[in-house]
Design a protein around this ligand. Sequence first.
Ligand code: S3P
Length: 200
Amino acid sequence: MVTVPDSAAPIGHLALVGLMGAGKTAVGRVLADRLRRRHVDLDRAITQLAGRSIGVIFHEGGESTFRDLETQSLVLQLEAGDPIVLSTGGGVLGRGENRVVLAADSIVVWLRARPETLADRVGDGVGRPLLEGRNALGVLRDLAEDRHPAYERAAKVVVDTDGLTVGQVVDAVLDALMDFGVVRPEALAGQTVDGAGGRL
Ligand code: S3P
């Protein structure tokens, strides 16, 4: 299902949101290629800013240190002059400041999936401190309950990704953006982009 609310907004950055395992990084990479934009993965930007992995940041400073770095990185990336495709981390809408900067000049796209689908995709949760040593399905069900309202409020476009490949999700996002009038078909790069055929 694709939902496109009818309020219009000028296109700026495109920000992908959704829980862990939603496919934000894989979809963002291919979407950026199709739109000829720069792709930024926020978790990657955080590790570059901090000089440490996400796991080490959580381990040494706890989640609050990670969230501070997440906000700093988000602001830095959105301040960049060119419109980017930004793959966020699942918790980015938890802070009011992040919601405000994203609402200012980004179209937010929610990649939605059932917790069972997400648990299947994240496997043993390696590299994701919130899942390590815990039951991924249980955590993802709780996070879905906590976070879905914020994703819903922020998103202009919602794509249900259960059972879809990366390319199918990208096409669904682009169709929605075209319906929405923020992407013109002639602005798209060719159809064959590496990684588009992969499973999420
Ligand atoms: C988090 C999701 C992770 C990462 C961090 C916290 C979350 O990103 O930002 O581990 O709070 O859901 P992905 O959604 O890309 O896994």
